[in-house]
Design a protein. Structure first.
Length: 357
């Protein structure tokens, strides 16, 4: 692959390490083994075999002994695959407070994919190496070249789903037009956007840092869980694009698309446990909000707060009624129906025979 495609936008690389990598990829067995490992990476599972083979020659190896890999709010169009070591993701919501850890990346995992895929122009979180780590870096230009060289989007089902998400995180109007905001004052929605829209972090004075990023935008792949039933929940999700299924136990109770709010029953209610599991059926882009942010914003817009509270109570009531119905069904299955049975029903359903009385 041409150097201008392979290295464009990447951090400085070690030439000696790169030479060793390229030499190892000249061995067909080594290359085939590594291509097989790439099939376990979620982003490349559905890609053609030819893509994974060529990807071996497009990645750039890097070694990190620790420290910052990239910073929240910085522009970035490359991603990394973790071969060994450990990465930690975090976000900054308040410059006066420590960063908040949001997840780890273990070997086989990826980080920075939103930037490489063109979903976001800036990093939605910071990423650090917390121990000696071996990574493979992939630039957006190299990735795009490989996709085109191996059949285009038609041969990459996952990328076809992601195509409609290009730069969505910077489209404020599209966010404000989501169905979940239809009854809310436009200015209130724009205020919420201040806690969502990725912006470039300005380094320098504390005043500048107070304008730093506060969002958390997440990209989920098919099969990944947004939330799990019974877990504690302090974040609510706004589904921007994609499709999810809602499960109670192992039973699917709903399928939902873009423009819905998820998780607010646990976040805003007294019981912080998630009432259901939500899994992604396709590539899904979500915004994440802290419950306190929503409550503080709504207090400034009484009209919208009244509408939101009404809708929230209606959803909560539906949830409680469904919960009560499930409990009644469980009790009836265990103890039998609580209402009196006719004698012929007792005979047929309890004793399994018909008796004339």
């Amino acid at each position: 692959m041409e150097p201008e495609l392979r290295f464009k936008g990447l951090p400085r690389h070690d030439k000696e390490l790169l030479q060793r990598w390229d030499k190892s990829m000249q061995n067909s067995k080594t290359k085939n083994d590594f291509a097989a490992l790439l099939k376990k990476v979620v982003l490349f599972q559905e890609a053609p075999e030819s893509f994974r083979q060529q990807l071996c020659d497009a990645v750039v190896p890097a070694e990190y002994s620790g420290g910052l890999l990239y910073r929240q709010g910085d522009p970035g169009e490359w991603m990394c695959i973790v071969l060994s070591g450990h990465l930690e993701k975090s976000i900054l919501r308040d410059p006066s407070l420590p960063e908040i850890p949001i997840g780890d990346v273990a070997p086989g995992g990826i980080s920075g994919d939103m930037g490489m895929l063109g979903v976001s122009k800036v990093r939605s979180h910071s990423c650090r190496c917390v121990e000696q780590s071996s990574l493979l870096l992939l630039s957006r230009t190299a990735f795009a070249h490989l996709v085109e060289a191996t059949g285009g989007l038609e041969e990459h089902p996952l990328l076809k789903q992601l195509e409609k998400m290009q730069n969505l995180t910077g489209d404020i109007e599209a966010f404000c037009d989501l169905p979940c905001f239809a009854k809310m004052e436009r200015e209130c929605v724009r205020k919420i956007c201040e806690f969502l829209e990725p912006r470039r972090t300005t380094r320098g004075t504390h005043a500048n840092r107070s304008h730093a990023l506060r969002p958390l935008v997440r990209l989920y792949y098919p099969g990944m869980a947004l939330m799990k039933e019974g877990e504690m929940g302090f974040e609510m999700f706004i589904l921007h694009s994609g499709k999810v299924e809602v499960l109670k136990g192992s039973k699917v109770v709903a399928e939902l698309g873009g423009g819905v709010v998820l998780g607010d029953v646990a976040v805003l209610g007294s019981d912080k446990r998630r009432s259901a599991t939500v899994k992604c059926l396709e590539c899904t882009l979500v915004y994440v909000l802290n419950g306190e942010v929503v409550q503080e914003t709504l207090e400034k817009f009484p009209v919208t707060k009244t509408v939101y509270d009404h809708d929230y109570i209606a959803r909560l009531l539906r949830f409680e009624l469904e919960k009560a119905a499930d409990e009644v069904e469980h009790l009836e299955n265990f103890y039998g129906k609580c209402h009196p049975m006719k004698l012929d029903q007792v005979s047929s359903e309890i004793f399994g025979r018909n008796v004339d009385f």
